[in-house]
Design a protein around this ligand. Structure first.
Ligand code: SAH
Length: 215
C-alpha cells in the first residue's frame, strides 16, 4: 500500500506492530488479530532485516520478491474472511516468505488446509524453512505457476494472491466454490471477487496498492 507513514514511534516488537494495525482500524476481526499475534514477522524476513521486521513496509526477500507490507496483508485477510468461517480449503498464490501462509494457517486452525504455490523454487524452500518454526500440519507448499491454480485439490473456499496480474485468471474462477471469495491484486487495485453462481461473479475494487507482478 502506498503512503503508510505513521506519526507513532516505530514498532519494535511484533505486539507493537499488531497494536498499530488495530489502532489504524486495519485489523478488526479477533481471529485475525490473534493470528497476527501468534505469527512473529521476524521469523519470515532475511537475517539482515531482523531489525526492521516490525516496520509496516514490504522488505526484500530476494528474487525480486518482497514480504508484503503488514497493512496490505491485514486488509487482504479482513476481506478474505469477511463472510466468516466454515473454511476447509484455501489456495494461496505467491508463497514468498510464507508469512501470509502462516497467518492463514493460524486463522483456519486445524479445521482446514492451506495449499500455497510459489513460482521460484528457492523461495518455496525459504518459506518451508520459515514455516518449520511453527509446526503447522495444515499447510502444503508447491512450486509452479499459480495462474493455473491447483486443479487436483479444487474446489477452494477462498483464493488469495500476493502477486498482481492483468486480470483474475480463469482457473481461479473455475476452481472457486460457489459462495467463495478471491482476494487478489489486479494492477494496482486489490480485487475482491465473490462467486455467486457457476458463471456469475460480484467484483469490488480497492485502490492504492503496489504488488509484485505475477510471472
Ligand atoms: N505474501 C508473500 C508475498 C510474496 S511476493 C509474503 O509476504 O512473503 C509475491 C510472490 O509471488 C513472489 O514470491 C513471487 O515469486 C510469486 N509469484 C509471482 N508470480 C507467480 C506465479 N505465477 N505463480 C506463483 N507464484 C508467483
Amino acid at each position: 500500500m502506498t503512503g503508510g507513514s505513521s506519526p507513532s514511534a516505530p514498532a519494535v516488537t511484533n505486539q507493537d506492530l499488531v497494536e498499530k494495525l488495530i489502532s489504524d482500524k486495519t485489523l478488526i476481526t479477533p481471529r485475525i488479530i490473534n493470528a497476527f499475534k501468534a505469527v512473529d514477522r521476524k521469523d519470515f524476513v532475511l537475517p539482515e532485516d531482523q531489525g526492521r521486521a516490525y516496520e509496516d513496509r514490504p522488505l526484500s526477500i530476494g528474487y525480486a520478491a518482497t514480504i508484503s507490507q503488514p497493512t496490505t496483508i491485514a486488509i487482504m485477510l479482513e476481506k478474505l474472511f469477511e463472510k466468516g468461517d466454515g473454511v476447509s480449503k484455501i489456495l494461496e498464490i505467491g508463497t514468498g516468505s510464507g508469512y501470509l501462509t502462516a497467518l492463514l494457517a493460524k486463522i483456519i486452525d486445524e479445521t482446514g488446509q492451506i495449499f500455497s504455490i510459489e513460482y521460484i523454487p528457492e523461495l518455496k524452500e525459504f518459506a518451508e524453512a520459515n514455516l518449520k518454526k511453527y509446526n503447522f500440519r495444515n499447510v502444503s507448499l508447491f512450486v509452479g505457476d499459480g495462474k493455473e491454480g491447483l486443479k487436483e485439490y479444487a474446489p477452494f473456499d477462498k483464493i488469495v494472491s500476493s502477486a498482481s496480474g492483468d486480470e483474475i485468471p480463469k482457473a481461479w474462477k473455475s476452481q472457486l466454490k460457489i459462495g467463495g471469495t478471491v482476494v487478489a491484486p489486479v494492477g494496482d487495485n486489490l480485487v475482491v471477487l465473490d462467486k455467486l453462481s457457476k458463471r456469475k461473479f460480484k467484483e469490488n475494487k480497492i485502490s492504492g496498492f503496489i504488488f509484485v507482478p505475477l510471472k
